[in-house]
Design a protein around this ligand. Structure first.
Ligand SMILES: Cc1cc2nc3c(=O)[nH]c(=O)nc-3n(C[C@H](O)[C@H](O)[C@H](O)COP(=O)(O)OP(=O)(O)OC[C@H]3O[C@@H](n4cnc5c(N)ncnc54)[C@H](O)[C@@H]3O)c2cc1C
Length: 286
């Protein structure tokens, strides 16, 4: 049975400066509220004790997709719908666009933000594997200044991040020039609205039958989304042949640590992760 949404306070600052000043004045008392698609579920279920929220979704400083010669910068409040409409992202970062297309249905895509997906820090979230293979960087802003962190260093454990309560995610930066085969596949219970059982993003290239560049990231197989560095190291420079793919499957199974939960079993997740890896690697030779 569902509870009624409890009373909560939501303030809507007019600028990023105002929002950051509020977070700085009372650290941890006020928390960011973007599209609300994660938060409203918890609020409605009566599972969220916290009652003071700062609406950041309409802050101009967190919106829009900007391009420079070296990067594409996405404001933290960019929605999945906006990701799906960007020709630049479709051309250069197709796995992120694929992740957006696989996230929820249209209502969620219109409200849910990339910053919210990252900050919510679910290991089953769909955009993080794509962000990891594209070697994204995250700008954290506070009233005391801004800092950039590699997205690979952002998650420190299950639902834990390097973010301070005074900070919020301002921008997500994608370095341009990601070349090769872009692979993204989410395996869930059904086509729409399913939380992933396993999601794999890959970026790779083969030259003269050998693996030249390789990046692999997986969701739902560990307490955080992970970049599979051991498997990448095993594959780098190797001949793209069945024996290599078999060895990579074994290495991946040892590198990940999936669990049994209500959505799937550890054994199923391990097998699916291996199969997705094999599909990605086989695609490098085409
Ligand atoms: C029906 C349904 C289907 C869904 N399907 C999927 C799916 O397929 N794949 C998937 O990955 N997710 C899915 N989600 C989860 C959710 O939609 C996404 O995680 C979404 O990106 C959250 O963004 P938001 O802006 O709504 O975040 P919010 O709910 O506003 O916030 C989530 C968390 O992030 C924090 N936060 C938000 N923005 C910032 C910021 N800029 N800086 C710091 N902290 C911030 C908030 O304080 C909060 O802790 C689904 C949710 C629902 C309800």
């Amino acid at each position: 049975m569902r509870s009624f949404v409890p009373a909560f306070e939501l303030v809507a600052p007019r600028s990023l400066g105002e929002a950051l000043a509020l977070l700085d004045r009372e650290p941890g008392v006020w928390r960011p509220f973007a599209g609300g698609t994660d938060l409203m579920v918890l609020l409605e279920a009566g599972k969220l004790e916290h009652k003071k929220w700062v609406s950041i979704r309409d802050l101009a400083e967190l919106r829009g997709i900007a391009e420079s010669a070296a990067h594409v910068d996405l404001g933290a409040a960019v929605t999945y719908g906006e990701v799906l409409e960007s020709p630049t992202l479709a051309r250069e970062f197709p796995s992120l666009v694929r992740a957006a297309a696989e996230t929820g249905a249209v209502a969620i895509q219109n409200r849910g933000t990339l910053g919210g997906n990252i900050a919510n820090a679910s290991p089953a979230a769909d955009s993080p594997p794509a962000l990891l293979v594209y070697e994204a960087e995250i700008e954290l802003a506070s009233a005391r200044g801004a800092r950039w962190v590699r997205y690979a260093d952002f998650h420190t454990g299950y639902k834990r991040t390097v973010m301070d309560p005074r900070e919020l995610i301002r921008r997500i930066r994608l370095p341009r020039g990601a070349a090769g085969v872009h692979y993204y596949r989410k395996v869930g219970t059904r086509r729409a609205q399913a939380i992933s059982k396993v999601v794999l993003a890959g970026l790779g290239r083969a030259e003269a039958g050998r693996i030249a560049d390789i990046r692999i990231a997986l969701g739902s197989v560990a307490p955080t989304t992970i970049r599979c560095r051991r498997t990448e190291a095993l594959l780098a420079g190797r001949l793209l042949e069945p024996a290599t793919i078999d060895a990579a499957r074994r290495e991946l199974a040892a590198e990940i640590a999936p669990i049994d939960d209500i959505r799937s079993s550890a054994a199923f997740r391990r097998r699916v992760a291996q199969n997705l890896l094999a599909e990605f690697l086989e695609g490098l030779s085409r």
